[in-house]
Design a protein around this ligand. Structure first.
Ligand SMILES: *[C@@H]1O[C@H](CO)[C@@H](O)[C@H](O)[C@H]1NC(C)=O
Ligand SMILES: *[C@@H]1O[C@H](CO)[C@@H](O)[C@H](O)[C@H]1NC(C)=O
Ligand SMILES: *[C@@H]1O[C@H](CO)[C@@H](O)[C@H](O)[C@H]1NC(C)=O
Ligand SMILES: *[C@@H]1O[C@H](CO)[C@@H](O)[C@H](O)[C@H]1NC(C)=O
Ligand SMILES: *[C@@H]1O[C@H](CO)[C@@H](O)[C@H](O)[C@H]1NC(C)=O
Ligand SMILES: *[C@@H]1O[C@H](CO)[C@@H](O)[C@H](O)[C@H]1NC(C)=O
Ligand SMILES: *[C@@H]1O[C@H](CO)[C@@H](O)[C@H](O)[C@H]1NC(C)=O
Ligand SMILES: *[C@@H]1O[C@H](CO)[C@@H](O)[C@H](O)[C@H]1NC(C)=O
Ligand SMILES: *[C@@H]1O[C@H](CO)[C@@H](O)[C@H](O)[C@H]1NC(C)=O
Ligand SMILES: *[C@@H]1O[C@H](CO)[C@@H](O)[C@H](O)[C@H]1NC(C)=O
Ligand SMILES: *[C@@H]1O[C@H](CO)[C@@H](O)[C@H](O)[C@H]1NC(C)=O
Ligand SMILES: *[C@@H]1O[C@H](CO)[C@@H](O)[C@H](O)[C@H]1NC(C)=O
Length: 738
């Protein structure tokens, strides 16, 4: 059901309000309403341009814009707040859309043509997107047209009222008679008024992902991007704008996240009048997408969230939206099996015997899922190290003489401790990659991302297959299907261990990512009961695009528990802890050489939806081994609340020696607090631990001091924890409503 209004019909409907609850149109003044958000935009009646009015707390009226002196060079459109800024006329700021026409000209003029309000949300062809039925989401589609080039744009705004979230994407259709080239496409674009705002984003690198940074949005551009072909470790396609006084639990915060796995760019541009333009979309260096007459381009989707309850409120909106309306896996709302991964224990030194032995040791520890990592494949080029075998996805006959089937049955023959269920089996793959030392590469050197006669530069001895090619997509679908069909496989870790070099055309990245989505959509649809976990040298592709298909992602190759606290807290700014994979590894830590107790290591890893061990059980110390049963018991009790509860960052390691976080069950009946002391200190005293999200009128018993207090007491006065004067201490505290 929808209503289409032509431009000429405007006068007729000028005083009528039409819409479906969350979205109303009064003439062409549009109001999108959530429980605690309003998003207002309108068509300028004189120019036909689409104008931004408000994005923030509830506000139902259209009020006149700020008065800006029009003298000087900056006049016209540059002084207005615009929803879909183009380039070439009087707007001097960065555009959301930049098109090159057949004759090389880049001027466009997108003016209002019609609009439509629909219940629910249409899906995006070939791209991941949020979803919901007609009671959960409403969509406004505004059609714009450039009369001079016959190019049309359809902007789609979907409001999820419960989450104060707006999802936006757009389509460009070439209705002219020449090819056009899309040079820039920012999925989300809006103009804020003259407000002082800071930008929070997460930067990092391999083993150092998701470090929170905050900087003032000053005049000029505050910008970051990935040009690695993937969302990458360096930055994530997420940022927040916050008032300078905003804290974790108070003040205004606007979050923006792109549902895309390729190169991206994020920008806040402050112009002379103080307005702040927000742009989030494809990286223009990896765009230049040709569009033939009659063809349509669909931009990735971006989600914007508004919070009046600080950065924490923003994060919880993202977490809930993504768990309920983005991640479509069967497992999103299910507890995850406790796993043991062979990698840090055995590396490449694996075969059927050593792995069956390891599975036996895993069984004794209470492991539910045994995962075989890298090293199992390759015949002509056996995968004995990282210089060979990638691309040859059949089990190595010397290591697995009977293939995977009987071996996996061997693993399945173990039963999970204290249960009658079989130990489950999972496997590692990296199907987008190839080693030059492989049968695949010798057969298909033309399948890799490369640029003519330029050298094909290696990273980790490997090259990237061009997943934009249909034949490569078919190869990956077949290879992964064959693995799954050959044995009782219940989990797949899908890794990806380098960025793209030598793309021959900027548009190769977009075509690759669409090809990847086609492959993953096919495999997750065909095998819905597989638990899929994304990985990209750790968190190199921890993004909302892949979370649409896969319920969890490996968070970082860095398993040092202290570093992991920072990484996981940063990841939780936008992605739910239920989607994080976190393991306890051996000490001294392979990367930092740090020794941290098994309790602390477990407490950090237990804050994630997918908990596991990544070590050789036979190398555990007696103390560690004796701690394992209690940790396994805790894992089983905690996991349901991590999967479905609300997450609060109480104190972040960036600013305190005593970081803490908590989960609250959906009925606010149970709370799990994870509290840490990083360094031993003589002074100052630790601050009180103030809990959040309780029912202030209820009484809660707590396991720290075995006493009962009012919810308000925990939240306002807080409780004091007794820390030893020692490095890397941790506590797990339960609160139960009485
Ligand atoms: C739409 O909003 C403008 C202010 O931006 C206002 O002047 C106008 O009267 C509104 N139109 C309708 C039909 O409400
Ligand atoms: C919409 O989905 C929700 C669950 O997400 C369900 O409870 C509700 O009945 C659905 N409504 C309709 C009209 O399908
Ligand atoms: C675009 O051109 C059509 C047909 O020439 C005309 O009816 C319409 O008013 C024009 N639209 C605008 C916004 O100029
Ligand atoms: C270039 O192409 C555009 C789109 O077709 C057209 O509107 C414009 O007039 C052309 N410009 C020149 C200089 O020919
Ligand atoms: C342009 O749009 C018209 C009307 O929808 C359609 O008949 C025509 O085929 C389109 N032309 C191209 C090149 O897409
Ligand atoms: C997973 O989802 C598919 C449909 O997508 C359904 O047929 C299947 O029963 C589900 N499995 C579980 C375990 O929920
Ligand atoms: C399997 O690997 C182990 C550990 O490296 C080794 O001792 C054993 O000989 C191997 N077995 C076979 C059959 O290769
Ligand atoms: C990798 O393994 C191959 C075959 O087993 C061997 O020839 C090569 O020297 C090894 N390379 C490294 C770097 O260990
Ligand atoms: C697994 O157990 C079944 C039933 O006890 C037995 O028939 C089978 O031989 C065992 N397979 C392996 C590989 O141990
Ligand atoms: C694998 O490739 C490297 C170069 O990347 C080469 O030095 C090595 O000899 C190759 N090994 C085999 C077994 O082909
Ligand atoms: C997956 O791809 C294969 C090979 O192209 C095709 O036969 C199959 O129908 C596809 N399945 C789904 C669910 O898309
Ligand atoms: C907790 O307090 C109750 C009631 O005072 C007492 O019976 C119980 O022994 C205490 N438990 C612990 C572990 O101290």
């Amino acid at each position: 059901m929808g209503i289409v209004l032509g431009f000429s019909a405007l006068a007729l409907f000028a005083s009528l309000t039409i819409g479906q609850g969350a979205i109303t149109a009064t003439g062409t003044n549009f109001t999108l309403t959530g429980d605690g958000v309003s998003y207002l935009l309108h068509v300028d009646p004189f120019s036909g341009d689409l104008v931004s009015d408000h994005f923030g707390g509830p506000s139902n009226d259209f009020t006149p814009p700020a008065s800006i002196d029009q003298s000087g060079w900056s006049d016209g459109l540059t002084n207005t707040r615009r929803e879909f800024p183009d380039i070439g006329r009087s707007d001097f700021r960065l555009p959301a859309i930049h098109i090159q026409h057949g004759n090389g000209s880049t001027v466009t003029e997108f003016l209002y043509q019609s609009h439509q309000i629909v219940d629910g949300k249409p899906s995006l062809p070939g791209l991941p997107s949020t979803f919901g039925n007609e009671t959960e989401v409403t969509t406004l589609i505004v059609k714009l047209y450039d009369n001079y080039s016959d190019v049309s744009a359809a902007l789609s705004y979907s409001v999820f009222p419960r989450y104060n979230a707006i999802a936006r994407s757009f389509q460009i259709t070439n209705n002219g008679s020449n090819q056009i080239i899309i040079e820039r496409a920012a999925s989300f674009s809006t103009d804020f008024p003259n407000l002082d705002l800071d930008m929070i984003e997460v930067h990092g690198d391999w083993a150092h992902e998701f470090n929170r940074v905050k900087r003032r949005v000053d005049f000029g551009e505050t910008t970051f991007r990935s040009t690695e072909g993937y969302s990458s470790h360096l930055h994530n396609p997420f940022f927040a704008l916050v008032s300078p006084s905003t804290t974790e639990s108070t003040g205004e915060a606007w979050g923006f996240n792109l549902l895309y796995t390729g190169s991206f760019q994020a920008t806040a541009e402050r112009f002379s009048h103080g307005y702040i333009r927000v742009l989030l979309g494809l990286n223009p260096l990896h765009t230049s997408l040709p569009l033939q007459p009659g063809e349509t381009f669909t931009s990735p989707e971006a989600v914007a969230v508004y919070s009046s309850t600080g950065i924490g409120g923003m994060s919880r909106s993202f977490h809930d939206l993504y768990r309920n309306h983005l991640s479509r896996s069967n497992y999103t709302h299910q507890t995850r099996p406790i796993l043991l991964n062979s990698w840090e224990g055995l590396h490449f030194d694996i075969n059927e015997t050593s792995l069956v032995n390891l599975a036996g040791e895993a069984e004794e520890l209470g492991i539910q899922l045994f995962v075989m990592d890298d090293g199992w494949f390759g015949t002509e080029y056996p995968r004995n190290n990282d210089s060979l075998g990638l691309g040859d996805w059949t089990p190595n006959p010397a290591k697995f003489p009977d293939g995977l089937g009987p071996y996996v049955q061997h693993v399945n023959n173990y039963t999970i401790l204290n249960s009658s269920e079989s130990l489950r089996f999972g496997i590692w793959v990296e199907p987008e990659m190839v080693n030059p030392n492989s049968t695949l590469y010798h057969e298909h050197p033309e399948w890799v991302v490369s640029s003519g006669r330029y050298p094909r530069t290696l990273t980790r001895n490997q090259l990237v297959l061009n997943v934009g090619l249909p034949e490569v997509q078919e190869f990956i679908i077949r290879a992964v299907s064959n693995i799954i069909d050959s044995a009782n496989i219940q989990y797949i870790k899908w890794d990806n261990n380098r960025g793209m070099h030598e793309m021959s055309h900027p548009s190769d990245d977009y075509n690759y990512i669409l090809g990847l989505y086609r492959v993953i959509d096919n495999l997750t649809t065909t095998y819905p009961n597989i638990l899929w976990e994304g990985c990209a040298s750790g968190g190199g592709r921890f993004d909302a695009g892949l979370l649409h298909y896969w319920p969890q992602h490996w968070t970082s190759d860095n398993t040092d528990a202290s570093n992991r606290l920072t990484i996981q807290m940063g990841t939780s700014l936008v992605y739910p802890p239920s989607a994080m994979g976190c393991h306890v590894s051996a000490i001294p830590n392979g990367i930092t050489k740090r020794n941290i107790s098994i309790e602390y290591r477990a407490h950090v890893a237990l804050m994630c939806g997918s908990f596991g061990l990544e070590l050789n059980p036979s190398e555990l110390s007696p103390e560690e081994r004796s701690a394992i049963p209690a940790i396994m018991e805790e894992a089983r009790r905690i996991n349901p609340i991590v999967i479905s509860g609300s997450f609060y960052r109480l104190a972040i390691p960036d600013v305190t020696n005593w970081p803490a976080a908590q989960f609250v069950s959906s009925g606010r009946d149970q709370v799990i607090v994870f509290a840490f002391q990083q360094q031993a200190t003589v002074k100052p005293a630790p601050p009180p631990l103030r809990i959040q999200g309780l029912d202030p009128a209820a009484k809660y018993w707590n396991s720290a001091d075995n006493l009962t207090y009012g919810g308000a007491t925990y939240m306002n006065a807080g409780i004091n924890l007794a820390w030893e004067t020692a490095d890397y201490q941790s506590k797990l505290i339960w609160l139960y409503r009485q």
